[in-house]
Design a protein around this ligand. Structure first.
Ligand SMILES: [Zn+2]
Length: 492
């Protein structure tokens, strides 16, 4: 009888402990809310390099919670690090930035290292993660690519197409870690285009997930099943933070990719793709979401919480589509070949790294012309009643850019000019991000006519002939307002 009572007591205690666990949605909320207390201050923008993270990793070595080891070298002989934390039975491996220009998750991983060291109301979650899991983390798998903020490694190979041939030392390392550790779960951390949308909606796919298929039939075995259910839980948690902004990456099987193969080799792989978010050019909010998402996933795995989610909900997550442009201008009239037509046009802004710092500027182009009623713009302008006119080049040269005061710039734009000539342009040390207008040399030939792949330098005129909007290098200035921000010109 006494034994029976003890058993009942034990059961009640266990039951209580179960009830005390924080739901994963709540974990994600809290991790998101408190992110600033974990955010690694040494990394503030996306173009950090290997030399920026090495001191952080070396410092981590001093902390008893972590084992930090150099486990390989890149083609250009940069050290590849493995960080181990936790003592649990379930092994989870996370690797980021196998594409050198996809750094959002690397930032989130350094925030995770800080999170694991701290103490606050998330202690139960932290303890559960460290007790039930052993984490193996490779931040920045492709440091040579990161050095130039390029996708490929120094051999010009895409590491994510090198999972079978294994010609890159970075790919060899990932494969050998996978095989020697044989983790139950793997997190494959990437960035995707900010122009991806959640299905055909106007919402950017800020985070996309995938449990990669290990064959063309997209078979679901127990390995893939676990990844899919975990994703359903992560999606539920993220939906509270960014409703309608989570999608599923195309699950077509890619035989040469790591995610697909690691799934095949027996590790449940979760792909996280960081996409775009309105007004977050350095992806710091997406970093925060990434962090919250990873913490909620680790929590789910640590308590087997993913088993509570239904497989069919994985298929309900909308797929990535590509319906977003940076700017869409709609319903403008345009004169071409002696015809007056109604059209929309879409602008894409490509990033160009700044020469002197870790920032970037934009070089924009027109990427669609015509009926764009199914597409959306991060900036979406109805130009009904307006006529599109190519921007003009002001012929009288300016001595220096300093003469382009905000007042003068506004006058020029109102007169239809988007580009000015500047004397001695070649000797001037110009940072494009400081330019209110496009500037060009005295003898250059410039044509701002609307054309596909061409630059986006126009004015939009009202029926009264007055310029209402100017577009300089793909940035729209509303000239009906007071003082538009005018710093996106290019050197042409
Ligand atoms: Zn990638």
């Amino acid at each position: 009888m006494q034994r029976f009572l003890i058993l009942i007591l034990l059961f009640m205690t266990l039951f209580e402990a179960q009830c005390q666990t924080i739901p994963s949605t709540e974990v994600a909320q809290q991790a998101f809310k408190q992110h600033s207390t974990y955010k690694e201050p040494a990394i503030q923008n996306r173009r950090f390099k290997h030399q920026d993270i090495v001191p952080l990793l070396e410092k981590l070595k001093q902390h008893p919670l972590f084992e930090v080891e150099v486990v390989g070298k890149s083609v250009e002989e940069r050290d590849l690090y493995l960080v181990k934390a936790g003592t649990g039975e379930i092994k989870v491996m996370l690797w980021s930035q196998m594409h050198g220009d996809e750094s959002t998750a690397t930032m989130a991983l350094f925030d995770l290292f800080n999170f694991l060291q701290q103490s606050d109301q998330l202690d139960p979650v932290r303890q559960q993660i460290l007790q039930n899991l052993t984490l193996y983390i490779v931040p920045m798998l492709n440091p040579d690519g990161a050095e130039q903020f390029k996708r490929r490694n120094a051999l010009q190979l895409d590491l994510n197409r090198d999972a079978l041939r294994l010609q890159s030392p970075e790919a060899q390392l990932l494969k050998s870690l996978r095989d020697s550790l044989n983790p139950e779960f793997g997190f494959n951390l990437h960035d995707q285009s900010r122009h991806y949308t959640v299905g055909t909606t106007s919402k950017p796919a800020t985070i996309s997930f995938l449990a990669p298929a290990f064959d063309h039939a997209q078979t679901v075995n127990t390995v893939r099943d676990r990844a899919m259910r975990t994703i359903v839980g992560m999606n539920e948690a993220l939906q509270q933070l960014i409703p309608g902004q989570v999608a599923k990456y195309s699950d077509e099987h890619e035989p040469r990719a790591f995610g697909d193969n690691i799934q095949k080799w027996g590790t449940s792989v979760i792909l996280i793709e960081s996409g775009g978010y309105q007004d977050d050019p350095e992806k710091q909010l997406i970093r925060q979401l990434n962090f919250a998402s990873i913490v909620s996933a680790l929590h789910l795995i640590a308590e087997n919480g993913y088993t509570n989610y239904a497989l069919e909900d994985y298929y309900r997550i909308p797929e990535n589509e590509r319906y977003l442009y940076d700017v869409v201008v709609r319903n403008v009239r345009y004169e071409d070949n002696n015809m007056n037509i109604l059209l929309d046009f879409g602008i894409i802004r490509d990033e160009v790294p700044s020469p002197n710092d870790k920032g970037f500027y934009h070089r924009s182009s027109v990427q669609e012309i015509g009926d764009m009623s199914v597409f959306y713009g991060y900036e979406d302008i109805d130009g009904k009643g307006l006529t599109l006119v190519p921007g003009k080049v002001y012929s009288k040269p300016f001595k220096s850019i300093a003469a382009l005061t905000p007042e003068r710039t506004r006058e020029l734009l109102l007169d239809g000019y988007t580009t000015v000539r500047v004397e001695k342009l070649s000797s001037a040390n110009i940072t494009p991000s400081d330019l209110p207008l496009n500037v060009t040399a005295l003898n250059s030939k410039i044509n701002h006519t609307l054309r596909l792949e061409g630059g986006a330098n126009f004015v939009l005129k009202g029926a009264d002939g007055k310029v209402k909007y100017a577009i300089v290098n793909g940035f729209v200035y509303n000239l009906q307002g007071d003082k538009p921000a005018l710093f996106h010109g290019l050197v042409l």
